[in-house]
Design a protein around this ligand. Sequence first.
Ligand SMILES: Nc1ncnc2c1ncn2[C@@H]1O[C@H](COP(=O)(O)OP(=O)(O)OP(=O)(O)O)[C@@H](O)[C@H]1O
Ligand SMILES: [Mg+2]
Length: 261
Amino acid sequence: MNAAHADFAIAAKALDVGYQSASGALNIVLQDFNLDVSAGEFLTIIGPSGCGKSTFLRAVADLVQPVKGSLEVFGSKPVDSRLKRDVSFVFQDSTLLPWRTVLENVLLPLQIGKAGTDGSSGDANALLDMLGLSNFKNRYPGQISGGQKQRVAIARALISKPKILLMDEPFGALDEITRDRLNDELLRIWRDTGMTILFVTHSIMEAAYLGERALILSANPGRVRKIVDLRSLKDNGQTLSREDPRLTDAMRDMRNELSHC
Ligand SMILES: Nc1ncnc2c1ncn2[C@@H]1O[C@H](COP(=O)(O)OP(=O)(O)OP(=O)(O)O)[C@@H](O)[C@H]1O
Ligand SMILES: [Mg+2]
């Protein structure tokens, strides 16, 4: 544990992350990537396709290893956080197991998970209740809508009480009304739990509406282009109206910045 960095949920310094090609060559995706995320922060991440947004989340989740530099999750290596189950991931296309009911899907991480944790269906029921899924808990994934599946995926990610929730375009496939509703539910969950959330999106509105800060990445190589601080708009933890002119201004700046990425 590095005490100097322990206050940060995530600290990336001069980080390079890449992938080995079939020929053995290393393709660097993120280069000289520097970022601090405070504990409890809601950070949104936006940038051109292929700039390395998912790669960064994967590095935090210990699904890909850095080539260079340092990456700490609560002052430790990503592998330690993974083993402690401090980090949960929600993907764009939630992969629920079709032969398990909604409730059984939510319980899955506990059943395959850390020793000493019992698969408490009490916690799962409370989560399903919170996400408006109580009436669907005995259904199978094939019997619920896309929005409901994403809610199940969120419940499944929350069941292990993670300190960090990584969300990779979780609502990208949903209609706008459902997406707005889930955005508001997510903000409520974030405020209730005090979790750190990293949320990747292609929607400027979503990035500005949800984030305390919005990270704009440039491509080739993936680098931090700009961090837009939105906290002053959201004082006292208030949720902004989607029509708030200050939000519209911030979105205009972000769009302009993205056009230069
Ligand atoms: N497993 C992999 N092996 C090799 N290259 C990969 C792998 N995963 C991603 N890449 C490459 O790394 C780069 C960054 O990919 P990444 O998925 O992080 O981008 P992204 O910003 O999430 O894009 P999108 O917005 O399209 O989801 C891309 O050029 C991609 O082709
Ligand atoms: Mg991606």
